[in-house]
Design a binder for this molecule. Structure first.
Ligand SMILES: [Zn+2]
Ligand SMILES: [Zn+2]
Length: 642
């Protein structure tokens, strides 16, 4: 009888199997035929492996199917092999180089004189999808480096030969090959059992790229593609890409006249009156919410001497990201624009002697911040150098952490719900390198977990992903077209109170260190505004819209009345305009739709006589003529901050 080994499954259950059984056979016999059929690859003691690999020792085993993001990543890598084989079949003489996975698919670089035409890409896509139907097995073999060099030399693959020689020079003795049909490539794997596991391949685009990214090297032809398990998922992806282009905040920013950039101030926005109204509404909203939730708002200096950054540790680690300012008296660049508010809040905390009765102290600040991002990485409102955050720091006792986390999550939930963003929660725990002993981390992580669990929030655990000074909770939102953005964060910090020597007097009359919680809900106003522009496609709800209502008259004789209505509504705090341009009524109504104004108020003789307006909603719904007071009631309801 052969020797048995123990396989531990993710649910903790254990099974015995004969040493040498392949993972595929083990799953079929030990778990079930359904999972064996659906399995794409396995993770055995942390290492990703083909289903055809044998189990040789006691192992923790996890199986991945099309249900997991890892499964999708895998078939995209599979697809890169299939596309390369299709290209070589269609265009003999084309050499292959490398084909890594990307976040949304893969690319593959080919050596060929002529760039691929759009027609070529269509042919390649058709050929690759035809190859999937053959459902060829991915076969793994290992060969010696000498054999590998010979193999690729025979095939005339000079780039592959170069890579194999590089790998050999680094000391590798063998190379892993993967073959499907008669096409072979080397890679670390793993691969799905066969090409048929890939549902559909889509070729996205092509471009030129230099071999190894060096312009002195030959020019290669890069093909970008992606793959999905089924056509429906591909169609959703294509729709999302098209929809993202339409919603691009840079494009809508121009069309809706919200902001500008100028080369004289890279990464810093000029906000138009409409853009400013949008920004200011978000700012006022957050001020009101935080004030109502027990925060106090403070302002701190924008520029600080390096002494502050030395205390906080930024001078050593973060200096390249700060804008340094010359001090004429010392002749040194020993001042800096602040890149974040935290250190100035810590200084502020230290101005007074605090008792436990003052805690928690919640400091909110929306000051302007500067970070010296590389000029090449700047773009739109999502990559900027000048921005503001809905930043706050909570100084509290350790025993208050759970309550503060709960309070914060409730506020965040209210904000995201109001704008229709759903969110997922991730808890990052102690990393290898960390400050403080295990009991401190037990308490910190326990406090966060208790808070999340008491709120009934599902969360993903990211062991080891916390900062060295404390665990954190990250909130990733999904927008209206399913794109994900990392937004809110709450970070526990045990280090800053030490560095800044922050204390409070406890009930026992002795000095204690508070804990600091860094937290933000919008993150930066600039980026959040960009996300909201794209999320709403520029059609903001009435409370957020830069212009809430625009009055359009049937004839000029109603203009005086329209102006009076505008002034009345403005006096009540609403954002209202009159379109006084000499255009037809229909053209003005159309223009208001293009500008995505929530309410277009039509005024004719009948409205003037009745003291009313005839509102239409963005999108076309006609609310019919009504008294001005009745429209005001609508606006009061929908225009109020949520
Ligand atoms: Zn591969
Ligand atoms: Zn902070």
């Amino acid at each position: 009888m052969s020797e048995m080994i123990t396989v531990t499954l993710p649910d903790g259950s254990q099974k015995q199997t004969a040493r040498g059984t392949t993972i595929g056979d083990f799953v079929r016999e030990g778990i079930g035929a359904g999972l064996a059929k659906a399995a794409l690859f396995a993770r055995a003691n942390g290492q990703d492996m083909d289903m055809s690999r044998p189990l040789t020792e006691d192992v923790k085993l996890q199986i991945f199917t099309s249900k997991s993001p890892e499964g999708l990543d895998l078939i995209r890598h599979d697809a890169a092999h299939v596309v390369a084989s299709a290209v070589q079949r269609l265009f003999p003489g084309t050499q292959v180089t490398i084909g890594p996975s990307t976040e949304e698919g893969f690319y593959y670089d080919f050596f060929r004189e002529k760039p691929f035409t759009p027609e070529d890409l269509e042919k390649i896509e058709a050929e690759a999808n035809a190859l999937l139907k053959k459902d060829e097995a991915f076969v793994r073999t290992e060969i010696s480096m000498e054999d590998a060099v010979r193999l690729f030399e025979q095939k005339g693959e000079t780039f592959k030969v170069e890579i194999v020689k590089d790998i050999a020079a680094k000391g590798a003795k063998t190379l892993t090959l993967y073959t499907h049909g008669d096409w072979v490539d080397f890679c670390l794997g793993p691969h799905a059992p066969s090409t048929g596991k890939i549902g559909v391949i889509k070729i996205l685009s092509s471009s030129g790229a230099y071999w190894r990214g060096d312009h002195r090297n030959p020019m290669l032809q890069r093909i970008y593609g992606t793959a999905f398990f089924d056509k429906k998922a591909l169609q959703e992806y294509v729709t999302r890409i098209e929809e993202s282009k339409k919603r691009d905040h840079r494009k809508l920013g121009k069309e809706l006249d919200l902001f500008h950039f100028h080369p004289y101030a890279p990464g810093a926005a000029f906000w138009t009156p409409k853009g400013t109204a949008l920004y200011q509404t978000l700012s006022d909203w957050m001020r009101g919410l935080t004030a109502g939730d027990g925060y106090v708002e403070i302002k701190t200096p924008l520029m600080f001497n390096k002494g502050l950054w030395e205390t906080s540790g930024h001078w050593g680690k973060y200096k390249e990201n700060m804008f340094l300012v010359l001090d004429n008296e010392t002749g040194e660049h020993d001042f800096s624009l602040k890149p974040m508010n935290c250190p100035s809040h810590h200084l502020y905390f230290g101005f007074k002697r605090h008792s436990y009765r003052d805690l928690p102290l919640r400091l909110h600040t929306q000051d302007v911040l500067h970070r010296n991002e590389a000029a090449g990485s700047l773009g739109g409102l999502t990559r900027v150098r000048q921005f503001a955050q809905d930043d706050a720091h909570i100084y509290c006792m350790e025993s208050q952490i759970t309550d503060e986390v709960r309070r914060f999550v409730k506020l965040l939930d209210r904000v995201y719900k109001a704008v229709g963003l759903t969110y997922a929660v991730k808890l990052s725990t102690r990393p290898e390198q960390r400050l403080g002993d295990d009991s401190l981390w037990d308490r910190a992580e326990g406090g966060l977990k208790t808070a999340l669990e008491s709120l009934g929030l599902a969360y993903e655990l990211a062991p080891g992903d916390g900062a060295f000074y404390g665990p954190k909770i990250d909130f990733t939102v999904s927008d209206s077209i399913g794109r994900r953005w990392q937004l809110g964060t709450m970070q526990l910090d045990y280090l800053a109170p030490q560095r800044f020597d922050l204390n409070y007097i406890g009930e026992d009359n002795a000095e204690h260190r508070p804990v600091v919680l860094h937290r933000a809900i919008f993150g930066s106003f600039e980026r959040f505004t960009a996300i909201l522009i794209e999320h709403f496609a520029g059609a903001f709800p009435a409370w957020l819209a830069p212009i809430q209502a625009v009055l359009v008259t049937v004839a000029d004789r109603q203009l005086d009345y329209a102006r009076k209505v505008r002034d009345d509504l403005r006096a009540k705090g609403y954002r209202v305009e009159v379109d006084e341009r000499g255009m037809t009524l229909n053209a003005k109504i159309r223009e208001a739709q293009i500008q995505k104004v929530p309410f277009t108020l039509v005024v004719g003789d009948a409205e003037v006589e009745a003291g009313g307006v005839a509102p239409r909603r963005y999108g076309g719904e006609d609310l019919k003529s009504m008294k001005l007071a009745d429209f005001e009631a609508v606006l009061a309801k929908e225009g109020a901050l949520p």
